[in-house]
Ligand binder design. Structure first.
Ligand code: TXA
Ligand code: MG
Length: 333
């Protein structure tokens, strides 16, 4: 199959809508990462998404809708705090989990009685969702466990010849996946951290929890149980207070391979005599660059050595979560 990469012109959007109506998968730009979209009402189309990604079938999908789409037929009620958050943060990088009415394909939620809904703010995503005129399931458009895509080229690298169309909206400005928020209880609870932070949600509605999985428990957001976002090269990871050990690790690798550091700007400045990828100086910059640099790292480095940034709060909570998963050092509490 030929994979077209097109800007979202009227004719490209018409083509995208035709593919979706035919049960095909179409990749599209969002403000977080690129998504791999299909008709949420169609069992076949939804199963195709799992097959294309090699995604475990117990990891549910997010349904994407445009800003004027009425979600009330899909969800079974909305607590007042969720209505407040929806008005405050959508369209934007916040996914809200509601009780489901079971109207979309049963494969979307993988046996959960909830439905995750997202209204992306990217103009390309909005135009695509309007043209398709259907709720669209869309996981990140990467092969399962690989690094999420933040350019159309990244999507093409994973799915060339396997999907008919990538709607190219340019680089993703957010860079990490949306915040996933459980809105089925008395107060909102974050299942996956992202650019809409706990502090921002608590400021809007008074309180916000963070879900911490207990050992042996079935995860509320099953995707969080898997190793994720991994570059296809050897990796090592050090906290910022262990730069000496990190340099020793670099020196050892240098004998046979080509090590690179991945670290924030101020640490790059300290390590300026070594190969290093610069994550940036602010949390937003680090979110935006992380996945591109992980993909660049797997191409150039035999060993990628991550140095944990110093800042841990706010947007950095989401960045650190992705970084630790990519480097295989995430431990559930
Ligand atoms: O930014 C994003 O959210 C991107 C773009 C494409 O929109 N999409 C994305 O999808 O990251 P995916 O499939 O890679 O991650 C979806 C996450 C997983 O952790 C999944 O377990 C969780 O959302 N999820 C989906 N439905 C859920 C539900 N009903 N209850 C709890 N968690 C859910
Ligand atoms: Mg993903």
């Amino acid at each position: 199959m030929e994979t077209k990469i097109l800007r979202p012109s009227p004719s490209a959007l018409r083509l995208a809508a035709e593919y979706i109506a035919d049960g095909e998968a179409v990749a599209f730009h969002t403000e977080t990462v690129y998504g791999l979209g299909a008709n949420a009402f169609s069992d076949e189309a939804v199963l195709k998404i799992f097959a294309l990604k090699g995604r475990p079938t117990d990891n549910p999908l997010i349904v994407h809708v445009h800003a004027d789409y009425d979600i009330s037929p899909l969800i079974d009620g909305e607590p007042p705090y969720a209505a407040t958050l929806r008005k405050r943060f959508l369209p934007g990088p916040l996914t809200m989990v509601y009780p489901s009415k079971g109207k979309v394909s049963r494969y979307v939620s993988c046996g959960l009685d909830t439905l995750a809904i997202r209204v992306p703010s990217s103009p390309t995503a909005q135009a695509f969702l309007k043209a398709a005129a259907l709720p669209i399931v869309a996981p990140s458009a990467n092969l399962s466990k690989h690094v999420s895509p933040v350019t159309a080229r990244h999507v093409d690298d994973d799915f060339h010849g396997k999907i008919p169309l990538i709607l190219d909206g340019g680089d993703c400005s957010g860079g990490i996946e949306s915040t996933v928020l459980d809105c089925t209880g008395e107060k909102p609870v974050i299942l996956r951290e992202g650019l809409v932070t706990r502090e921002m949600i608590a400021a809007a509605v008074g309180d916000c929890g963070i879900y911490a999985m207990k050992k042996g428990e079935r995860p509320k957001s099953p995707g969080m149980a898997y190793k994720h976002y991994s570059p296809r090269c050897k990796t090592a990871y050090f906290t910022g207070d262990r730069l000496g050990d990190a340099v020793a690790c670099y020196r050892e690798e240098e004998k046979e391979g080509s090590p690179y550091f991945l670290c924030e700007s101020k640490v790059c400045a300290v390590l300026k005599e070594y190969n290093a990828f610069d994550l940036g100086g602010t949390p937003e910059e680090m979110a935006r660059r992380l996945y591109s640099l992980l993909r660049k790292g797997e191409q150039k480095a035999s060993l990628l050595i991550g140095i944990e940034p110093y800042e841990k709060e706010g947007v950095m909570a989401g960045v650190l979560n992705r970084m630790k998963r990519a480097f295989g050092v995430y431990h559930e509490t």
